[in-house]
Design a protein around this ligand. Structure first.
Ligand SMILES: Nc1ncnc2c1ncn2[C@@H]1O[C@H](COP(=O)(O)OP(=O)(O)O)[C@@H](O)[C@H]1O
Ligand SMILES: [Mg+2]
Length: 403
């Protein structure tokens, strides 16, 4: 009892969170559960008894706290706590007050009320049957993805920039897999022509037919379109894209007598890039990438995606490989990947080290029982001899080989 009272005072999450809703006050109460490391959360209105009473772990609690914060729940008294600040400091105070009060998450116009929660963000469900990507149950959604998820709900145009294999495309696909939205992808690095993108006329059985490209197809059918490696796109494709970058922007099919294509409410547009904006310093690694002008970038929310942290990556290894790998093994492999990336950032290595590469190496060494042999096809053969030598020495630093 004493111990729990003591903890109760120390634990920053414990307390009552309230917002006023017209006549009464709606509240959440967080207390320590009898079970270690767990929290009891209760919900109610006014003086009525709690109508929700449940026990969650810390991770779950944290996402709930964020959600409540967004929904305008505040801890009474918590506002007075900071010492009065003046001048430019007042801005942040105002912002926190308005931001927590003013943002009911804007849902798109689907009215079926069916949602799936990813962390604290509720994503509206799409209609299955479309090309919904396959779900990867091992996929990890760190808390920092919440802004991206909320942008998807609010129908913002999201561009993810980062090194190859950081998880840009898979993030979109895994959100879509969980929320049952079909995804079309168009890769701008080589294959996609303006005809593939917008559409073209063709003759079939003596008849002239219009075939929609991926953009009008996604807009009409309410699919999510991922424009991969947008920094390689031709100007004609960028020009067409610009028209639909506004959330409700229409597409004009000039080739088809100026037909206007309206976006389905479920349509979402994403782009990925390696060397744009904050990633421009790495342009030498992505030969042929174009600089994108600021006016174009300003039409997107641009998120810099870094690789997962070693802890997160170890968790992904454990989730992906299950009982075949132990936590210390996963930690070691994640530390090797982190060291290789640090070497890359110092310019000691010319090749990036993706999560995909790490997973593949781990899979292969589980088959052969030999990390060095597995590193051949998974790593060494893909990089220069100098890089292979350095990566080998990093691996040997972490794994003691029997000679
Ligand atoms: N958060 C994550 N959880 C689990 N696996 C991930 C995560 N991020 C990346 N990966 C792994 O890395 C691979 C490469 O990611 P991908 O989305 O193709 O990278 P990018 O598009 O940035 O090149 C994915 O297929 C997945 O296996
Ligand atoms: Mg990709």
């Amino acid at each position: 009892m004493n111990a729990s009272v003591h903890q109760l005072q120390d634990d920053p999450h414990v307390g009552r969170y309230e917002r006023s809703t017209g006549q009464s006050t709606e509240w959440w109460r967080v207390t320590l559960s009898d079970r270690p490391q767990m929290y009891r959360i209760e919900h109610g209105r006014g003086d009525a008894p709690a109508n929700i009473d449940t026990v969650v772990d810390l991770e779950n609690l944290k996402s709930k706290l964020q959600k409540w914060h967004r929904e305008g729940f505040l801890r009474p008294g918590a506002e007075e706590a900071p010492v009065a600040v003046e001048g430019r400091n007042g801005f942040l105070e105002d912002l926190r007050r308005t931001a927590s009060a003013a943002t009911p998450p804007v849902s798109p116009s689907q009215s079926d009320d069916a949602h799936v929660a990813i962390g604290a963000v509720e994503i509206p469900l799409g209609h299955a049957g479309a090309p919904v990507p396959r779900m990867n149950p091992a996929y990890l959604f760190p808390e920092r993805f919440a802004d991206i998820l909320q942008d998807i709900v609010e129908n913002r145009r999201v561009m993810l920039i980062g090194h190859t294999g950081a998880g840009k495309t898979s993030l979109i696909e895994q959100v879509a897999a969980r929320s049952q939205h079909g995804v079309l992808r168009a890769n701008m690095n080589g294959q996609t022509t303006i005809g593939d993108f917008v559409g073209f006329w063709t003759v079939k059985g003596g008849e002239t037919l219009w075939v929609d490209g991926v953009l009008p197809a996604a807009m009409r059918e309410g699919l999510w379109l991922v424009v991969d490696e947008i920094d390689f796109a031709e100007p004609s494709i960028l020009a067409v894209l610009t028209a639909v970058l506004e959330p409700h922007g229409h597409l004009l099919l000039k080739e088809k007598g100026n037909e206007r294509v309206a976006p389905h409410p479920s349509f979402r547009l994403f782009a990925t890039a390696n060397a744009v904006g904050a990633m421009s310093v790495y342009r030498h690694l992505y030969q042929g990438a174009n600089l994108m002008n600021e006016a174009f970038l300003d039409r997107w929310r641009v998120y810099l995606m870094d690789y997962l942290s070693p802890q997160e990556e170890a968790e992904v290894l454990m989730r992906t490989l299950g009982a075949r790998i132990t936590q210390p093994m996963a930690n070691t492999l994640a530390a090797i990947a982190a060291d290789c990336r640090a070497a890359f950032a110092r310019d000691d290595l010319a090749s990036a080290f993706s999560t995909r590469r790490l997973l593949d190496w781990a899979e292969l060494m589980l088959r052969s029982g030999d990390p060095e042999r597995a590193a051949g096809p998974a790593i060494y053969a893909k990089v220069s001899a100098e890089d292979a030598a350095l990566i080998r020495s990093i691996i040997r630093h972490h794994i003691a080989f029997d000679e």
